[in-house]
Structure formats: C-alpha cells, structure tokens
Design a protein around this ligand. Structure first.
Ligand SMILES: Nc1ncnc2c1ncn2[C@@H]1O[C@H](COP(=O)(O)OP(=O)(O)OP(=O)(O)O)[C@@H](O)[C@H]1O
Ligand SMILES: [Mg+2]
Length: 328
C-alpha cells in the first residue's frame, strides 16, 4: 500500500503520468498495477505519506509538488479553505508555502497542490533540503521519565505548577530551541518574531490544529548547521469555530509570583497574545499591538473574498463566519 512504499522513485509521479493513470483507472474501472492502486488509493481516500490526509508527490518541469486530497468524511471544500488561508497568511506577512487548488480533469476531485519547500530543481532531477519538524526539535519523541532527564534549559524556566511535559511541548519551548538551530541572535530573533505572527494568525482563523508536526525547520546551510523556519503549512480555518480558540501548543509562560503559581496559556486572547509577544517573541508592545490590530482588520475585510476567489459558493462560505470573528 501507498504508506508502506519506500522507493522514492515510485512516490514521485510526473503530473501527466498521474493524469493518464487516473484516466486509465476511470476507463477500466479497476486498478491494475501497484502504482495505479496507489493513485486510486490517494484519490479515493487511501493512506497518507505523513499527516492524516491522502497525499502524492508529483513533479512537473523539475519542480516537486505535494497533492493533498480531502480525507474520507472531510468537506470537499477543504483544499479551497486551505489555499485561501495560506494565501491570506502571506498577505499578513507570514512566509507560507505556495499553493493552488487543483481541479482534476475528471471534474469530480479537487486537490491542494503545494510546492514542496524541501525539494529544489537541480539538473536532471530534484535536490533534497533538510526538514525537521518542531516535534523532533523539541525532542517530543523522547519521553523523559524523570525531571533529571528533561532538558535543563526548560527546567530553568522554573516549572512550578506545570508539568515538564506541557512546557516541553509548547511554542515557548520551540522558540527557545530555535536558538540552538537558527544561528546567531539576529536570525533567532527573526525566527521568533515570525513564530509569533503564525501564532496570531492561527488564533485569528481559529486554527487549533497547530500541533508540533505542523511546524518545522528547513536547512539553510548544512555545512554551517544553520536552519530557518520552514514556510507555514497546514493552515485551515474550521467551520463553526469557538469564540476563544485554544491553540494546540501553549504560547505563553507566566512566571510564578507571590500570589499566583506559574501559568501556561493555550487560550488565545488579545491581551495574552500581546503579553507573549513581549515576553518570548522579540516584539515591543507597540509593534505587537499594531501587527495584531492590522492583521485582525485585514482578515476581517478579506476572508470572504479569499474563500470566494478559490471558487467556494456563498452558502458554503457562510459556514465559516464564526472562524473570523474578532478575538476577545
Ligand atoms: N509544501 C510542503 N513541502 C514539503 N513538505 C510539506 C509541505 N507541506 C506539508 N509538508 C509535510 O507533509 C506533512 C503533512 O502535511 P500536512 O500537515 O499539510 O498534512 P495533513 O494531512 O493535513 O496533516 P494533519 O494530520 O496535521 O492534519 C507535514 O507535516 C510536512 O512535514
Ligand atoms: Mg499536518
């Protein structure tokens, strides 16, 4: 099955090859070869390469793309919503990956076509660029069994009242870990500021699926061991969202005071986003306020037309109204 394939050659299909296989499958009604089964699986909700949605890597003119299909039970409008959000994020000053909704010639299926940021065209093929998820950067695959095994830098926060685990798995920890990955002070400052803009954007579109595998670093210079934030991906506004979203990772750590213990914050409110900007992400209060206000205004005025320009009908767009209401 697709998820078990290990041969990179089989995983990358030329776009024309993919389309002709798709046609063939449609014409014959049945998949014949392995590759056809993979394609059929992907198009008809098969297993996935990473993440929960079915995906295929396709190539066109030396550039590789990820074709991402809605999973079984997903709205068929998911590719349109994700495309609109990625493009909106770029307008909000966020480095989000390049994408388009792809209307397949069968007239039935739509996919999100994402330019792969971890591949670059080289003579005669495609070069790999190193990628590491925030999940790995924060060493979440390694469960510390005792405080002694936990990262000393995290313990330095003084985790009174907070489990080491919840702090390990937070935007605060990721921002901190980036100091070791992203080179000098200036590069680290820029990466932290970009991370805060992404936190704000996720909050403003009520995307609570911002887990640690939905962020990552891309290798900028392998010899110098220098990494940078990978373009933002998997940005999706949910229909019928909550008023105050809880992000998947805590974005604010408040030190203990004489009156109150230490606190981690997941609930995205304007006041806490502003506080976090100053405490952890290298923004001044004034700059953060200006960005937050400007971005909220932009999203308010642009979300409908962003969804409309991806081809969504008005009755479908209406279901997303709550996702873009101003934050408390
Ligand atoms: N443009 C891209 N270029 C290269 N790799 C990408 C790109 N977009 C996503 N990825 C990789 O593919 C993985 C799956 O993508 P994505 O998160 O969009 O899928 P998903 O199925 O929606 O995931 P989830 O389970 O979080 O909903 C990501 O974790 C990331 O490692
Ligand atoms: Mg994902």
């Amino acid at each position: 099955m697709f998820g078990e394939l290990t041969d990179e050659r089989l995983l990358v299909l030329d776009v024309d090859e993919f389309l002709s296989i798709l046609n063939d499958i449609k014409a014959r009604g049945l998949a014949v070869t392995d590759v056809q089964e993979q394609v059929l699986d992907a198009v008809e909700n098969g297993t996935s390469l990473g993440g929960t949605k079915p995906k295929l890597t396709l190539s066109s003119h030396g550039q590789q793309y990820l074709a991402k299909f809605p999973a079984k039970g997903d709205s068929p409008w998911l590719p349109h919503v994700e495309a609109a959000m990625l493009k909106l994020a770029r307008r909000c000053g966020i480095d989000a990956c390049q994408c388009e909704v792809w209307r397949l010639p069968d007239g039935r299926n739509r996919a999100l076509l994402l330019k792969r940021f971890d591949r670059s065209p080289v003579a005669g093929g495609s070069g790999c660029i190193g990628f590491v998820s925030a999940h790995s950067v924060m060493r979440l695959d390694r469960q510390p069994t005792s405080a002694a095994q936990a990262d000393a830098r995290l313990l330095a926060f003084g985790t009174q009242g907070i489990t080491t685990d919840s702090l390990r798995k937070s935007y605060v920890a990721f921002a901190d870990a980036m100091a070791r990955w992203c080179g000098g002070r200036d590069a680290h400052r820029e990466a932290r500021r970009e991370l805060w803009r992404r936190i704000v954007f996720n909050a403003l579109i009520r995307n609570a699926d911002d887990h640690a595998r939905n962020h990552g670093l891309l290798c900028a210079d392998m010899a110098a061991k220098r990494w940078q934030l990978a373009p933002a991906y998997d940005l999706v506004a949910p229909a019928l969202a909550r008023e105050t979203p809880n992000l998947a990772l805590a974005y604010l750590y408040i030190r203990p005071t004489a009156r109150q213990g230490a606190r981690l914050v997941w609930a995205a409110t304007l006041a806490d986003l502003l506080l976090a900007a100053e405490l952890h992400y290298g923004y001044s209060r004034e700059e953060a306020r200006a960005y937050l206000q400007g971005t909220q205004d932009l999203i308010q005025s642009a979300w409908r037309s962003a969804l409309r320009s991806e081809g969504m009908p008005e009755h479908e767009i209406d279901r997303y109204r709550a996702s873009f209401s101003p934050l408390a």
